[in-house]
Design a binder for this molecule. Sequence first.
Ligand code: SAH
Length: 368
Amino acid sequence: MVKTPIASLSLEQLTTWLSARGEPAFRARQVRRHVFAGDAGSFSEMTDVPKTLRAALDEAFDFFAVTLVADTRAHDGETHKGLFQLSDGARVEAVLMPYHRMGDSGEWTVERNAVCISTQVGCAMACAFCATGEMGLTRNLTTAEIVDQVRHWQHVLAAREERVSHVVFMGMGEPLHNYVATVAAVRTLIDPEAFGISARRVTVSTAGVVPKIDALADEGIPLNLAVSLHAPNDDVRRSIMPIDRKWDLDAVLEASRRYVRKTKRRLTFEYVLLAGVNDAPEHARELLLRLKADGSVPLSLFHVNLIPVNRGPGGFARPSDERMERFAAILRAGGLAASVRISRGQDIAAGCGQLKVEVERFARAARV
Ligand code: SAH
């Protein structure tokens, strides 16, 4: 039987449920602390909660809305790709990316624990280079299914007294196509009584769903917005991103400017470098001109993240390091901050745009 996931209850809803059982007022916060701190992996591990109540909670609710079915570790020894099963058997992936730094006395300390999460099973965007895009869209995730990918990794990290510090909505799916659940998940992440992660450490990435970029600006959440441009003109963009037919580059850039003006937050443009497609010096110059075109937002409020394409569909190749550096240098010379980002976990297909559940293997298993 499918039960209600515990993470889908607000503090008020949990309080109501508990007080109907005659529980004291402090109980809801106590239970929620366990739910989001990650110290417990099940209701039975909430040892300061009375045993009968733990059993009642277990009967009424699912502790996790997602169940880990495979955990693949990258050669770097740190990046983990988790494959999670949902209550209807659908599967999504979420990646843990710890970053360490050498401390003053030579010891390694954890600088951050970033988690990359999915918002949909598959994706409708069909970007030519993206493994998830190849799958098509199966369904949206619920808020609890999104939040519980973070809770899973939080539980893993809690065992070594660490916490999730950053969350990026760059897994499977288009977050702004699942707007309501995505925003609710963000609010849970930043809620001091839930995860309490600073909104400045939460990044939502979109292929450019224009009306929802505007809606997000109105939410008043100081998160980071990343907009996937990947091209300096509509000819190139349309050839790799079908969404450009619905909202073209001008529409996406205008929405991005409105977002920056309204939120006063810096905005990141993502640009996947595809050899021979969008990586020429002319493309860099054209991108610079497009971003400069409207003086209403200074270039200093934009940042361009150049991502060499990871192995995926379409047979695209990554440009040489020199070519990528040349591209970045042109942007920088024009006054635009640009960085080249090599994504983590590529050897386990956990890099940007590489998340794709092994649908066939699962289908085979389901037939037995
Ligand atoms: N739907 C959202 C999130 C997608 S994943 C979006 O489009 O922004 C996050 C980023 O990875 C996006 O910029 C996406 O275009 C990029 N990406 C997809 N496939 C990739 C690949 N094979 N190599 C590198 N980046 C890729």
